[in-house]
Design a protein around this ligand. Structure first.
Ligand code: 4GY
Length: 221
């Protein structure tokens, strides 16, 4: 998969150069390419924003630099995403669908947003990572990328994907590691028993309990 990111703040994406994502890129499982929209400004001062028509606070990102940046990377089968609170809500199921794409282009808005005509020309699908407002689309783009690359084959151990939260429509059971006792708190006996069937039963029970308590909506309640 190729992921092109269109942004005014390319340095923010240095945050992706760590851990599992870094290893996935080194193993050529996907490629991330950051494009600075400012490089496509035709203004002498490289200006990329302007006042909103109709008045109001803040600045709006101009269509021209965005559309030119987009055209510099666009391909026939590219899927285009714009991260915004007005979008369709992102979740694990959408993440798995996006992981199957060959080419993603993600536009990151800033300030008051982008000129609507750019979104129309890019034919962008708007995706929201949740009902709150951020200062820009860069963090949501990174959230979406982090989540979807985990679902690309080879990026993480297949077994880890199987029992994690949402994989079976429920939240994950609690995890423990050494030592057996920490500040007088003991690891549940069943996990030390070596009895795989009982461990599986305990984990399923714990999943149900925590899901019922915290996210009854996932159980249709
Ligand atoms: N929530 N989910 C979100 C966001 C910031 C002004 C458009 C969100 O996805 N994006 O809050 N984005 C705004 C800032 C321009 C994006």
């Amino acid at each position: 998969m190729k992921i092109d990111i269109l942004t005014l703040f390319p340095e923010m994406f240095d945050a992706l150069n760590y851990s599992i994502i870094k290893r996935g890129m080194e193993n050529n499982l996907f490629e991330i390419n950051v494009i600075n929209i400012r490089d496509f400004s035709k203004d002498v001062h490289k200006k990329c924003d302007d006042y909103p028509y109709g008045g109001g606070a803040g600045m709006v990102m101009m269509a021209q630099p965005i559309v030119d940046a987009f055209r510099s990377v666009n391909t026939e089968n590219a899927k285009v995403i714009y991260t915004s609170p007005k979008g369709k809500k992102f979740n694990q199921s959408l993440s798995k669908d996006l992981a199957k794409e060959e080419h993603l282009i993600i536009l990151c808005g800033h300030y008051e947003g982008v000129d609507e005509r750019a979104l129309e020309i890019l034919n962008a699908d708007e995706i929201s990572i949740g009902d709150y407002v951020l200062t820009g689309g860069e963090l949501p783009a990174m959230v979406i990328i982090d989540s979807l690359v985990r679902n690309i084959k080879g990026v993480i151990n297949e077994n880890s994907l199987q029992e994690e939260s949402f994989s079976n429509g429920m939240l994950e059971y609690p995890q423990y590691t050494r030592p057996e006792v920490f500040e007088n708190k003991k690891v549940p006996d069943v996990l030390l028993s070596g009895h795989h069937k009982n461990i599986q039963i305990w984990r399923e029970e714990q999943s149900k309990i925590i899901t019922k308590k915290r996210r009854p909506d996932l159980l249709g309640e």
